[in-house]
Design a protein around this ligand. Structure first.
Ligand code: NAP
Ligand code: MG
Length: 402
């Protein structure tokens, strides 16, 4: 059979540990045999980040801006232990943080749903995608311990010297204090990424905050979303048959729990941190969660939501068998190839992505799965496969679909 041809390369960012091992296996078994892969390769493995003083991460992000579509493997974010383990020159920053800062994007996380791995919330039938604003609020706040009585003020001094001030609180005794901010520009980028992505995948968009209590801060978020929606997206949403609505965060929670799923839930930074972990655990498994970074000007970076799976890697290094789930890594590849197919008008590439995803889902639904799923599935007659066997089973399932 002839391999599918590509026009524009995708940006490929390799990573670390077990994720890197699976990355190669997925490519060799499930991509290369069927697609004449065009990719611009960047090795974001920690050794190479250290050798290039992290320039490779910046180059990879810039290449994503140039080509529009990237696929990324999980990477180690260094800490003190990793400094020693890899003999690092510096504690390099999180690659995802660096890439996000350059692309100015929003991260959308979506669970992969299969029969036999039931969500804990009974009404959920379709995936819920969480969009998390990735700038500011409590993540860029300043804090103070207040030791005793005194007055706390919020002061803004304009460049021209004008001052606005507001009393935060008159302390009678010890307490704590916090100041945080956000930027219209960042909120607008977030809104645009959300509206574009909703149109892309044709799903409703929900946004929730607490503007009844936070009459300036959260209200600004609500207003910016409204303005951009009404000016640029309202008609497009109508044409696509989808809706956008804003509601209070507590109302959103109640609705989410009673919903069927099948929508995008845009969250402020902290809400997104908390809710994405709730949604992913309620859907069953971190290994079945995909993630895509979408920039407001339409660049896409696909990845698995899980990390490098360090514990499995140490087993692998000792020559032991691992049963590590490669589904989210595979879906990162199919996501990127499908998007490339859409942008370049290559029907065969889109079809390949759809079929390969279907093959992975069928494999699991037929009872063949890795251990992380085997321990939670409601299916009977389950065959627990190791990392390589599972990928081979997906290949067999794909071949049977041809
Ligand atoms: P992790 O790699 O996601 O793994 C946490 C645990 O979840 C694993 O030990 C494993 O549980 C289970 N798990 C995750 N993915 C799995 C898969 N594909 N198949 C089977 N089980 C899976 O998170 P971590 O251990 O906290 O972090 C390890 C490294 O990854 C860190 O250096 C961190 O910086 C990095 N990280 C990178 C990214 C990214 O690049 N996007 C994201 C998160 C973390 P059991 O051990 O119980 O089997
Ligand atoms: Mg978190």
């Amino acid at each position: 059979m002839e391999k599918i041809k590509m026009m524009t390369p995708i940006v490929e960012m390799d990573g670390d540990e077990m994720a890197r091992i699976l990355w190669k296996m997925v490519k060799d078994e499930l991509i290369h045999p069927y697609v004449e892969l065009k990719s611009e390769y960047f090795d974001l493995g920690l050794e190479n980040r250290n050798e290039t003083a992290d320039q490779v991460t910046v180059d990879a992000a810039n290449a994503t801006k140039k080509y529009g579509v990237a696929v990324k493997c999980a990477t180690i974010t260094p800490n003190a232990a990793r400094m020693k383990e890899y003999n690092l020159k510096e504690m390099w920053k999180s690659p995802n943080g660096t890439i996000r800062a350059i692309l100015d994007g929003t991260v959308f996380r979506t669970p992969i749903i299969v029969k036999g791995i039931e969500p804990y919330v009974r009404s959920w039938k379709k995936p819920i995608t969480i969009a998390r604003h990735a700038y500011g609020d409590v993540y860029k706040s300043v804090e103070m311990d207040i030791q005793g009585p005194g007055k706390a003020k919020l002061i803004f001094t304009g460049e021209d010297g004008t001052e606005i001030q507001e009393t935060v609180f008159e302390f009678k005794g010890p307490g704590v204090l916090q100041g945080m901010h956000n930027l219209d520009k960042s909120i607008a980028s977030f809104a645009r990424s959300c509206f574009n992505y909703a149109l892309d995948i044709r799903q409703d968009l929900w946004f929730a905050a607490k503007d009844t209590i936070s009459k300036k801060y959260d209200h600004t978020f609500k207003d910016i979303f409204d303005e951009i929606f009404n000016a640029q997206y309202k008609e497009k949403f109508e044409q696509a048959g989808i809706t956008y609505f804003y509601t209070l965060i507590d109302d959103a929670i109640a609705r989410v729990m009673k919903s069927e799923g099948g929508f995008i839930w845009a969250c402020k930074n902290y809400d997104g941190d908390v809710m994405s972990d709730m949604v992913s655990s309620a859907f069953g498994s971190l290994a079945m969660m995909t993630s895509v970074l979408v920039s407001p000007d339409g660049n896409y970076e696909y990845e698995a939501a899980h990390g490098t799976v360090q514990r499995h890697y140490y087993k692998y290094l000792k020559g032991e068998k691992t049963s590590t789930n490669s589904v989210a890594i595979l879906f990162a590849w199919t996501g990127a190839l499908r998007k490339r197919g859409e942008l370049d008008g290559i029907e065969a590439l889109k079809q390949f992505a759809d079929r390969m995803e279907q093959a992975a889902i069928r494999t699991i639904e037929s009872g063949k799965m890795t251990n992380d799923l085997a321990v939670i599935t409601s299916l009977e007659n389950v065959q627990t496969l190791d990392s390589a066997e599972f990928i081979k089973a997906v290949r067999a399932s794909y071949e049977s679909l041809l």
